[in-house]
Design a protein around this ligand. Sequence first.
Ligand SMILES: *Cc1c(COP(=O)(O)O)cnc(C)c1O
Length: 353
Amino acid sequence: MKERMNRRFDLHKLIRKNILELEPYASARDDFSGSASVFLDANENPYNSPLNRYPDPGQLELKRRIAGMRGQALENLFLGNGSDEGIDLLFRVLCEPGKDNVITVDPTYGMYGVCAKINDVERRSVLLSEDFSLDPDAVLDAVDPSTKLIFLCSPNNPTANSYRQEAMEKILDRAPCMVVVDEAYIDFSSSEGCLSLVPEKQNLVVLQTLSKAWGLAGIRLGMLFAHPDLVRYLSRVKYPYNINALTLDKALTELAETGQAARWIRMILEEREHLVAQLESLEVIRKVYPTDANFVLVQVADPAGLYAYLMQRGVIVRDRSSVPLCGGCLRITVGTPGENRKLIDTLKTYPMS
Ligand SMILES: *Cc1c(COP(=O)(O)O)cnc(C)c1O
């Protein structure tokens, strides 16, 4: 039964009826392509160039750069105001409020659940195994005919591990819905990820972002790779100018600096190794979980107490102790060598009772 599911896969059957029928907003710049010197079509102010002009709603130049960089076709790429826009648009394009459902594999990124709530879509939670590994059969068992999206975050936030490729592919091959693989941390990972599968798997959506490895969380640029038909529907629903001119410009400049991100990634990975070794040597740290991302999950005896102790001394980490399977856990981002030293020095002064 499950083996046959994917043969019935038809993207258009998953799209909401109101979206299939949507006549999108046509902006002034949609009607015109080519070069002109007098633009009197969009009620812009003629002064204050270049920011007086609306940005390109198709983001063609930046899309070409990113698609080329990632080895993907242009029509497989959607750009959003952070990955968060892509996540929200998937709900709005695919999920009928009050009727459809999505599956998350917990503990994971909180935004999937928040978007589900906002869009009035049921979220079914499947737990990871105790060792944080992904059980594909448990996920597939939670699927029903109203399931539209399965969210897999790999490397996963907050557990920091990547899922086995075969486990993700089993879900992709058998699920009759879209499978979203969130690769926000893929640049720090030793696993290859799912991007290369986008051309062959119709039901795969891969999310990546400039917010982490590229050091550009402030400009808000998320990348979504998927089947061209899905990309077209997302593009029709987005705000026409969802990527602003400052972001477009800054992204193009930074992406031209090809060596910079690679150097940062190398530094962060080296520092991660050092940080893990130091944390493991501390009495206050009970356990350091393996990490494939730019953060470390640790288990301690008194997470709330330690969190407050660090905060009072100017070091902010994330208390994850209330999320499932993460009892006693704090999540710590890998910082600069100086920041990590401050963290370790402060941890060393924590009074053990
Ligand atoms: C940080 C993070 C993102 C990035 O979101 P942006 O909106 O692109 O900044 C996406 N997914 C996960 C799991 C993250 O931890």
